[in-house]
Design a protein around this ligand. Structure first.
Ligand SMILES: NC(=O)c1ccc[n+]([C@@H]2O[C@H](COP(=O)([O-])OP(=O)(O)OC[C@H]3O[C@@H](n4cnc5c(N)ncnc54)[C@H](OP(=O)(O)O)[C@@H]3O)[C@@H](O)[C@H]2O)c1
Length: 428
């Protein structure tokens, strides 16, 4: 019988304890599937005395998580503390230097330092695996690196922050504004300690940066990502988008075009009948398009103890089986450095504004669009009791730059009662 695979776990919070539970509950299944026993030997967290609801007394305790890297009875270091810097990064660097494989759920660390960490691990002949870092329980890293390895990937899209999707779908269902739902999400414990990571699109942006690297064979380039959060989305935006047959999602899109690598994490409109449009609550969805496979849709829990620990264990089992995989699906030293795209692929846009009730107001707006080379696909004007007229316009495909030019010109028309809101409509 092959020797046991020995785990050192740093971080015993939601995900860490989930991993401990799976190892304890499914010892037999894991051993059969891996061909060897999977055993926890050492653990670390901040507080040794905290009651974590599972038996931990069989495992050696390290006050300093980085010390796990030096232990002779640890083969794989599992980093589940979080944070792009500090203990998490120190531990991963120390583990690689000490000749250990690493499994982590830490998207922030990998989005900022993944390239250097992957190169160091590969130079040392070790692996860093991170299935749990992207879309929790959805096996999207495995899908891209293995199931779709024979494809040229043309586009990756996803709703990858459950908290934002919860807020947006609850706004519509409850008829409440963004602030009320932000408070509700906070009370339910759905927000990160720094809520901007969620509602500002940064957390989802980290995940998209990792998927982009795998999908397009490019160096992780989080800095080149265009990021906009959901903070400015109003109930009116949601309701009026619904009137035109759309849902608003915080959507990540990565695609390679002649303009370079486009990576966007921003509110977008998607058809309400599409799989992305029908995604309610905290669930995640990743849509991948490849030249041979066409489009595939993966859906599931993007966070939580069980789903995230499930993804960690998939990586652990791969290591136990001897399946070695480069961090980003190909050697990190060969990943291409590509510039961020100059401008985005043209798309239709949704435009919402209120006009003053003046003769010729609508004609001036249409002229501003026409002057920027934008043609109108559909338009709707609402009843007005207060001297203003809400107007919704869906344009034909255009560029962000042309939309900005048109909106700039509208400001000088003297017919606007509110600042125009523009949201890209993503073809899904
Ligand atoms: N929660 C999810 O659903 C989810 C989903 C996907 C990915 N992730 C990622 O998984 C990682 C862990 O998330 P989590 O939700 O499990 O976090 P968590 O519940 O806050 O747990 C963090 C754990 O790390 C320990 N820790 C933090 N800083 C430490 C330090 N400097 N030294 C030693 N121990 C330290 C904490 O110790 P104490 O308990 O003693 O305070 C705690 O046990 C993060 O990278 C996160 O982004 C989480």
């Amino acid at each position: 019988m092959t020797s046991p695979l020995r785990l050192g776990i740093a971080g015993l919070g939601t995900v860490g304890i989930g991993v401990v539970r799976i190892v304890q509950r499914h010892a037999d299944i894991l051993a059969v599937r891996s061909g060897r026993e999977i055993r926890i030997t050492a653990i670390s967290a901040r507080s040794r005395d905290k009651d974590r609801g599972v038996r931990l007394s069989d495992y050696a305790w390290e006050e300093d998580p980085v010390a796990l890297a030096a232990r002779d009875d640890v083969d794989v270091v599992i980093e589940l503390m979080g944070g792009a810097e500090g203990a998490a990064r120190d531990l991963v660097e120390a583990a690689i230097a000490s000749g250990k494989d690493v499994v982590t759920a830490n998207k922030a660390m990998l989005a900022l330092h993944g390239q250097a960490l992957a190169e160091a691990a590969e130079a040392a002949g070790h692996v860093i695996r991170f299935e749990a870092a992207v879309a929790g329980g959805i096996p999207v890293v495995k899908t891209l690196t293995e199931g779709l390895a024979g494809n040229e990937i043309t586009r990756v899209m996803g709703v990858m922050n459950g908290t934002c999707n919860y807020i947006l779908t609850r706004m519509e269902a409850a008829g409440l504004g963004y602030n009320a739902l932000f408070e509700e999400a906070e009370k339910l414990g759905y927000l990160e300690a720094d809520p901007n990571l969620d509602v500002g699109g940064i957390d989802a942006g980290h995940k998209l940066a990792l998927l982009s690297a795998i999908a397009f064979g490019t160096r992780v380039n989080f800095d080149a990502m265009e990021i906009e959060g959901i903070q400015r989305i109003t109930l009116d935006d949601i309701r009026q988008a619904a009137d035109m047959g759309y849902k608003i999602k915080l959507l990540g899109v990565a695609q390679m075009s002649g303009r370079g690598l486009e990576q966007r994490m921003s509110p977008c409109l998607v058809p309400e009948t599409s799989p992305l449009g029908q995604l309610d609550g905290g669930t995640n969805m990743v849509v991948i398009e490849g030249d041979s496979v066409g489009q595939i849709v993966l859906r599931g829990a993007g966070a939580g103890e069980g789903p995230t620990a499930s993804a960690v264990m998939a990586d652990v089992i791969d290591i136990a089986r001897g399946t070695r995989m480069s961090t980003f699906g190909q050697p990190a030293s060969g990943l291409k450095a590509v510039a961020g795209a100059t401008g985005s692929v043209p798309a239709p846009y949704y435009l919402r504004m209120a006009l003053l009730d003046k003769p010729g107001a609508l004609a001036r707006i249409a002229a501003a669009l026409g002057d920027a080379g934008i043609s109108i696909d559909r338009m709707r004007q609402y009843g007005h009791d207060d001297g203003t007229a809400p107007v919704l316009i869906v344009t034909h495909k255009t560029t962000r730059a042309a939309m900005d030019q048109a909106v700039g010109a509208m400001a000088g028309t003297g017919v606007l009662a509110s600042e125009p809101v523009t949201i890209r409509i993503e073809a899904v």
